[in-house]
Structures are given as structure tokens and as C-alpha cells.
Design a protein around this ligand. Structure first.
Ligand code: GLN
Length: 489
């Protein structure tokens, strides 16, 4: 079945004229018709626009040589509802952006299009990317294709569920504290958070600007490298994007052996509350990595215990500033009032959900005079220590390995009443954003009953994506996990 192919397999078939982009798109739409009623991965999609793009791709394929300049030509790829795509809605899973239509393409969307992709569909997410389960979407949760009584993770839960259920060949998401890696792990696919500054954030609706990064959800590591190659690189519209050449990531995919690779095991990552099956899967991943030739080295990241507290000061602080623009004047929803202030407060009161309000209140508090030094400035100092921990560890090792999440997918409603429990599901992923380094999650096993996926997280120094791909690819190719598909796929 066409929709079950990886991006690389699809482009091979397209090149051999064994199928068309239109057929690939129809296969995705057909799969969506079968499973969307159970999953709710998508918030909306524009079939007419997608069919038009696929027809353009088919005409280009028919006209001959194209693949080098347009590596994603004809491949249907979907977007988290957080990226601007000209002429399409962009709602961030929030009521406050109801009715908003993007006036321009985000740089990553423009790059996907330039690479030939058929960009279609808006994927569900926790409102403004705040959450770990997609239950904070104003439009209802997405469910996990492995077990629809469970959450797919978040905040990019729609991306993970859609790729895992083969509703699209790949998806773009955003990761501020784990929102790509955590849902990818819980849905059994690959999720990559690139180094801060590698991929442009222009046209990505900001949550916490010093932490946000854009990255791909894919069915395997080869596809992850392929998509990253197309979206990475300097952008004049984003002053935090780095003006450096993007390496050819394909060269990292050839090596099967990990001889000479040193992998760090942080001793602080043995936390309580770990699911025993996650621990067992992680341990067998370590055995596999050593059998491929890697050497395991214990490293120390002494400030790990402060990571969650630091993140939950810095991220809400930045969010409270970023979300101040949604005031009923320029974007989406407006609830009228007798004065501008009343209009602002009614709009924000009706437009934002409870988790977003909690973050705005938290963020405003830690930035308020009198508390600024005690919370915000101190958190910034701890953030520097966390970054230094990683940079020192990377003097001894090429990459660091951890489980991606402490547990497999939890049940719908299980943590939604307890924000702290929800925040702790990111315990292994948030330090990476605070440090600005890169990380990837690859499938590393399934629990026994029910069968639920688990992820191995690999972290590398800034701009170490080639190292991530090398280690993850060698691991993936020597294990069966990336070929396991959910019952709804
Ligand atoms: N779960 C984390 C939060 O709620 C991370 C979200 C993200 O990466 N966007 O802030």
C-alpha cells in the first residue's frame, strides 16, 4: 500500500514512474478517511489545494531530471497547526486564533515547497504547544494509533499520530521542551529536534523563542535526514538562525559500525517513577549499541535536577511576552467590550484555555518587578550551568543516550488534572532545549500488553546532527523496531 512507504521508498517509486504523486496523496486521503474518526490527528485539510500541488509535482516528474534540486518532489507532508502556510488557517490549537488565515509561508514551509513537497493538512496540538498529551487542544485530543484509549504525547501529538498511522509520509513539528521527541517516542516513530539556530523559526508561532526549534517526524532515520536537509540553513528572516553551510547528512547514513564512538550515560538520569519496561528496553538498546562497537562511558550532568524548575520559569516567561500580541486587535478572535481594555480581557478570557492562562500567569509573575531577579535571572544562570554540563560531557563523549520518556503512552485523562505529573513526562527531553543542543528519538521496543512503543533518545553537541544520524541509523538498521507499525497504520 502506497501510504505505508517511507519518504525514500516513495521517491524511488516516483522516479521509476511506478506511481504518481497524485496517487500517493490519494492514498493518504484514503487512509485519513479510514482512521481520522478514531484518531483526530488533523484539525483541517484542503484537498483541492493538495491535489493541485500533486498535479504540479506530477507534471514536473513527467518533464524529466528533477530529483537533485527537488529531493521531496511529490511527497505529501503535513504541518503542525503552528506554522504559517499562505492562504491556510493557522490556529495553534487555540480558540483565540479562530478564523486566522496566514498571509505568508513560514521559511520551512517555503523550503518544503521549494524541495517539491505537497504540503497539506493542519495537525492537532496542545494549545500554543503547551502540554505533553494533546489534551490541551481547544478542539479535543488526538488519540494514540497504538491504543486509542491513550494519548499520543504532545504537544505535537497530531504529527506523531498521523505519521505513525501513515496518514502522511512525514510531518513538521516544533519542540520547546520535548514536543517532537516525546510524541514520536510514544507513537513509535522518529522525531528530531535540531540544534537551536539550525532551522529557521520565521513563520513558526512563538511559544518560548529561546527554546523553540522546528523538526521532522518521520518513519525512519533516513527520512529524518532527508527532510532536515531540505529545511535547515541560514535565513535572513530569523536573526537566531546560524549563517553556516549545512552538511550533507546522507554521508552519516552509510556507516553500519559504531567502532570508536563514545556514548555517554548520565548518572543523574536514573530517576524514580521509571516504568520497568522502559528501563529494560533502554538497557537492551545499550547492549545493542555496544555490540555495534560503541563504547559506553558514564558522564555527569550535575545540574539535571534543576532542569524542570528552570524550564518552567523561562518558558512561561517568554510565553507571557509572546502571547501578549493576541489581544483581539490583529489576529483571530475578538470579543467586544465597552473599552479597549475590556475588549482585550474578554477576548483573552474567552480565547485562551486553562493551561495557557496558567503559563501566562506564571510567566508574568516571574518577570514582575521584585521577583525578576529571584526567579527569571536566577533561572537564566542555572540554564548556563546546564549548558556547561553538556558541553563538558561532550568533551568526553560523542553523544549521550537516555530513554526519551519515563513511561509509555498514558491513558487519556490520567494526568490532565495534575499539571506537575504532566510536566514530569518531559524530564529527559527539556535539558536539550535549555542547552541548545540537538536530539533525536528512535523506536527502541514495545511493551508487552498492550503493545506500546518506547523511544531511545540520543543527544549530540550543537550542530552534531550528523553524529545523531550516524548512531541512530546504525542502531535502527540493526533492530526491528522502526518497522513495527500501529494497528491503525
Ligand atoms: N511539554 C512541554 C511544555 O508543556 C514542552 C512542550 C513543547 O516542547 N512545546 O512546555
Amino acid at each position: 500500500m502506497l501510504h505505508q512507504l517511507t519518504v525514500a521508498e516513495l521517491t524511488d517509486r516516483l522516479d521509476r514512474r511506478e506511481c504518481s504523486s497524485t496517487e500517493a496523496l490519494e492514498a493518504c486521503l484514503g487512509q485519513m478517511a479510514r482512521v481520522e474518526g478514531q484518531l483526530h490527528s488533523f484539525l483541517s485539510w484542503d484537498e483541492a489545494d493538495a491535489r493541485r500541488q500533486a498535479a504540479v509535482a506530477d507534471a514536473a516528474i513527467a518533464s524529466g531530471a528533477y530529483r537533485v534540486e527537488r529531493p521531496l518532489l511529490g511527497v505529501p507532508i503535513a504541518l503542525k497547526d503552528v506554522f504559517c502556510q499562505q492562504g491556510q488557517p493557522c490556529g495553534c490549537g487555540s480558540r483565540i486564533l479562530q478564523g486566522f488565515v496566514s498571509p505568508y509561508d513560514a521559511t520551512v514551509v517555503a523550503r518544503l515547497k521549494a524541495a517539491g513537497a505537497v504540503v497539506f493538512g493542519r495537525l492537532n496540538m496542545d494549545e500554543f504547544a503547551m502540554g505533553s498529551s494533546t489534551e490541551n487542544s481547544a478542539y479535543g485530543p488526538t488519540l494514540n494509533p497504538w491504543d486509542t484509549s491513550r494519548i499520543p504525547g504532545g504537544s505535537s501529538g497530531g504529527c506523531a499520530a498521523a505519521v505513525s498511522a501513515n496518514e502522511c509520509f512525514a510531518a513538521l513539528g516544533s519542540d520547546t521542551g520535548g514536543s517532537i521527541r516525546q510524541p514520536a517516542a510514544l507513537c513509535g516513530i522518529v522525531g528530531l529536534k535540531p540544534t537551536y539556530g539550525l532551522v529557521s523559526r520565521y513563520g513558526l508561532v512563538a511559544f518560548a523563542s529561546s527554546l523553540d526549534q522546528v523538526g521532522p517526524f518521520t518513519k525512519d532515520i533516513r527520512d529524518s535526514a532527508l527532510v532536515l536537509q531540505s529545511i535547515a540553513g541560514h535565513d535572513l528572516h530569523d536573526s537566531t538562525s546560524l549563517p553556516a553551510p549545512v552538511p550533507d547528512y546522507r554521508t552519516a547514513l552509510t556507516e553500519g559500525s559504531l567502532k570508536g564512538v563514545r556514548l555517554g550515560l548520565p548518572k543523574e538520569y536514573q530517576v524514580g517513577g521509571m516504568d520497568p519496561e522502559v528501563t529494560a528496553a533502554f538497557e537492551s538498546a545499550l547492549k545493542q549499541l555496544t555490540s555495534l562497537g560503541a563504547e559506553l562511558v558514564e558522564v555527569s550532568l550535575p545540574h539535571t535536577e534543576y532542569a524542570a524548575a528552570t524550564y518552567y520559569i523561562i518558558a512561561p516567561a517568554e510565553a507571557s511576552a509572546n502571547l501578549s500580541r493576541f489581544d483581539g486587535v490583529r489576529y483571530g478572535l475578538r470579543v467586544d467590550g465597552s473599552s479597549p481594555e475590556e475588549m482585550n480581557s474578554r477576548t483573552r478570557g474567552a480565547g485562551f484555555g486553562p493551561e495557557v492562562k496558567r503559563r501566562i500567569i506564571l510567566g508574568t509573575y516571574v518577570l514582575s518587578s521584585g521577583y525578576y531577579d529571584a526567579f527569571y535571572v536566577r533561572a537564566q544562570k542555572v540554564r548556563t550551568l546546564i549548558r556547561q554540563d553538556f558541553l563538558q560531557a561532550f568533551e568526553q563523549v560523542d553523544a549521550i543516550v537516555t530513554p526519551t520518556t519515563p513511561t509509555p503512552a498514558f491513558r487519556l485523562g490520567e494526568k490532565s488534572e495534575d499539571p506537575l505529573q504532566m510536566y514530569l513526562s518531559d524530564i529527559f527531553t527539556i535539558s536539550c532545549n535549555l542547552a541548545g543542543i540537538c536530539g533525536v528519538s528512535v523506536p527502541c521496543g514495545l511493551t508487552r500488553s498492550p503493545r506500546l512503543p518506547m523511544g531511545l533518545q540520543i543527544l549530540a553537541p550543537p550542530f552534531g546532527e550528523s553524529t545523531l544520524f550516524r548512531v541512530a541509523h546504525a542502531y535502527e538498521q540493526s533492530t526491528p523496531w522502526h518497522r513495527e507499525r500501529s494497528p491503525l497504520s
